[in-house]
Write a protein that binds this ligand. Structure first.
Ligand SMILES: [Zn+2]
Length: 291
């Protein structure tokens, strides 16, 4: 019988999982596996004009739109943005949440990242890792029998640089990934452009702004983009180019996994193994990441 894979993606804010592993989440969900996103924080910090409670409520609604669209569960915790601490109560809360879901795979960010919320999310996952199987810690939720595989999602920070242990082609799900991002209206069309000084470029018409979200689009002329072209074309955090960066940087991993198809892949997501989880052996990878 085919294994039902349980995937838990843990992001600091209500959009981090979508950006970093939304494509892979779509692949699991489409194949009938169980995917849950947890946003550890409530999203209350990320808006230029809305009050914290109002933006938190709106961002919760946006996550539920993503959940419906992608066929996943999306849980948002009540911790205010900018206040995530890798402390004992939060560690226990996370351990209870992970044990309850019983994931085969856990995804989160790396411990070096620009926001304390991101760093602490990573630290919480690391701090939780071994304790997941320790029955005397948080005994109210039974300890896991088997440690999950833990993976970090891609980031561009350089100290130390990201090492891709695997790269997954997302060409087949890229449009739905953009639809997931489109659900995060208050972020992709308001807050993020505000922080980048590009708010005035966002169209008001929904179809026009969805196109704006893709811009500039990658050429579809059959030629893979190289790093030189990328430098000249990358205009910001939005655009198809952001989704192409892991494919360009980790082309060798795509070729290793997909052969000729990997050489032509336009879009990818990349992941690095966290050594505190179960080892990602070739057998485990074949069973748990069948894409
Ligand atoms: Zn974030």
């Amino acid at each position: 019988m085919r294994k039902n894979i349980r995937v838990l993606m843990i992001g600091p804010h209500p959009d981090d999982c979508d950006f970093r592993c939304g494509g892979l989440a779509l692949k699991y969900a489409r194949a009938g596996h169980q995917v849950k996103f947890i946003s550890l924080l409530d999203g209350s910090g990320g808006h230029q004009s809305m009050k914290p409670a109002d933006i938190a409520a709106r961002r919760k609604q946006e996550t539920q739109a993503v959940a419906r669209l992608a066929g996943i569960e999306y849980e948002v915790w009540d911790i205010p943005d900018c206040e995530l601490m890798a402390d004992l109560p939060t560690r226990k809360r996370l351990i209870r949440a992970i044990r309850t879901f019983q994931p085969d795979l856990v995804f989160s960010c790396r411990p070096n990242d620009y926001l304390a919320d991101h760093r602490n999310a990573s630290l919480l996952v690391q701090d939780a890792s071994y304790l997941l199987i320790v029955p005397n810690f948080c005994p109210e939720v039974p300890a896991m029998k088997k440690m999950p595989v833990i993976l970090y999602f891609y980031d561009s920070f350089q100290n130390p640089p990201f090492i891709a242990d695997l790269a997954i082609m997302t060409d087949d799900v890229i449009e739905d990934k953009f639809h997931m991002l489109d659900c995060h209206e208050s972020q992709v069309y308001e807050w993020l452009p505000y922080t980048k000084g590009t708010l005035h470029t966002v169209p008001t018409d929904p179809a026009a702004r969805f196109e704006w979200l893709h811009q500039p689009r990658l050429p579809r002329d059959g030629q893979p983009i190289d790093a030189t072209a990328l430098a000249g074309l990358m205009t910001g955090a939005m655009s198809e180019y952001r989704e192409a960066i892991p494919a360009i940087k980790f082309r060798h991993k795509l070729i290793e996994r997909y052969g000729e198809r990997g050489a032509r892949a336009l879009f990818a997501e990349a992941f690095s193994v966290c050594e505190y989880g179960a080892p990602l052996t070739p057998e485990a990878e074949k069973e748990l990441i069948p894409f």
